[in-house]
Design a protein around this ligand. Structure first.
Ligand SMILES: NC(=O)c1ccc[n+]([C@@H]2O[C@H](COP(=O)([O-])OP(=O)(O)OC[C@H]3O[C@@H](n4cnc5c(N)ncnc54)[C@H](O)[C@@H]3O)[C@@H](O)[C@H]2O)c1
Length: 294
């Protein structure tokens, strides 16, 4: 089945980006939120990005207007009835996601594909509450969606080869680099990245270097654009901890376990860049390393 109309549930950090790149690729997109304020905030971000692209000469004003016209914001999931593909990008809470899928399953036409953008929850748990588990897959985008080239396409135990092919073709139309992967916690990127970030924190606990030494070493010695402690602050320490908890739960291996320093920083509300403090203090012009007091 050809995908023409895309539904996006949630217009937060990820949802607004998925909405924008889908509209840019020529799809009609309906996007839903829980309140008018949140919907306006998400759409406002898209409009700002489009205006910036026009200012920089990347696209012409009429093209930006056309992209915006393809996006229909709504508070009513019944507007998703004729979508060919629905992507869920709501908060990382399984109960909330199951509730939304049960509703959508009763609304959206029977041959449509359903996809979750979850970072860590099993795809199969969500597929199993719908009447179309063979048409259910994971489409995992990366933040910021407009910039990051990768999209992981995730096959659960029930996902059909046709649904995988549709997911991969959709990613290509969005000009994403796609990789097919399986429904194992962390998929490919977080499976490799999360233990590395946790090891950066464990290294700090064990005194292999200071915050700036560990970060500088990985930049200059491994060619990484930023060090692990800076990257942990960017991901969000709360997010990193919750992904590591899910991975530890699935694999029961120490490399996926959140180190004590991470747990304590999250308990203190030091979530990284978004809260103004993590391994660095972001209140000044430049980030300043703050020893978490091990
Ligand atoms: N932030 C990341 O870097 C990242 C990367 C890849 C995947 N993800 C995944 O994407 C999903 C969304 O994450 P986010 O960072 O965009 O979160 P976010 O909090 O920025 O956005 C979630 C939005 O969903 C809305 N929402 C909640 N319940 C809803 C409902 N029933 N109907 C409509 N909207 C609803 C919320 O109001 C909120 O605006 C999560 O599953 C997360 O794991 C996040």
């Amino acid at each position: 089945m050809e995908i023409k109309k895309v539904g996006v549930v949630g217009c937060g950090l990820m949802g607004h980006g998925i909405t924008q790149v889908s509209a840019q690729a020529g799809y009609d997109v309906v996007v839903a939120e829980t309140s008018q304020d949140k919907l306006d905030a998400g759409i406002g971000k898209i409009e700002k990005q489009l205006a910036r692209a026009v200012d920089k000469g990347k696209i012409e004003q009429p093209a930006a207007d056309e992209i915006r016209r393809r996006i229909s914001p709504t508070l009513d999931l019944s507007d998703f009835a004729d979508c060919d593909l629905v992507i869920e990008a709501i908060s990382e809470d399984l109960d909330l996601k199951l509730e939304v899928w049960e509703k959508l399953d009763g609304i959206v036409k029977g041959d449509a594909y359903f996809a979750t953008n979850t970072s860590s929850l099993p795809v199969i748990n969500q597929a199993a509450v719908t009447t179309r588990p063979a048409q259910f897959l994971g489409l995992h985008f990366f933040n910021p969606v407009q910039v990051m080239p990768l999209m992981e396409v995730i096959q659960s135990v029930t996902t059909s080869p046709e649904a995988m092919a549709a997911g991969l073709a959709f990613g290509e139309k969005l000009k994403k680099q796609t990789v097919a992967t399986k429904d194992k916690a962390g998929f490919i990127v977080n499976r490799l990245l999360v233990p590395y970030l946790l090891d950066g924190i464990r290294g700090l606990e064990e005194g292999i270097g200071s915050i700036d030494e560990i970060d500088a070493a990985m930049k200059a010695g491994a060619g990484h654009p930023m060090g692990p402690l800076t990257l942990a602050d960017f991901v969000g320490l709360d997010t990193l901890m919750s992904i590591s908890n899910v991975m530890f739960d699935e694999f029961r291996e120490r490399r996926f376990a959140a180190p004590p320093t991470l747990r304590k920083m999250v308990a203190a509300g030091f979530y990284g860049k978004k809260s103004g403090r993590g391994f660095y203090d972001y209140s000044g012009e430049n980030p300043v390393p703050v020893n978490p007091g091990l």
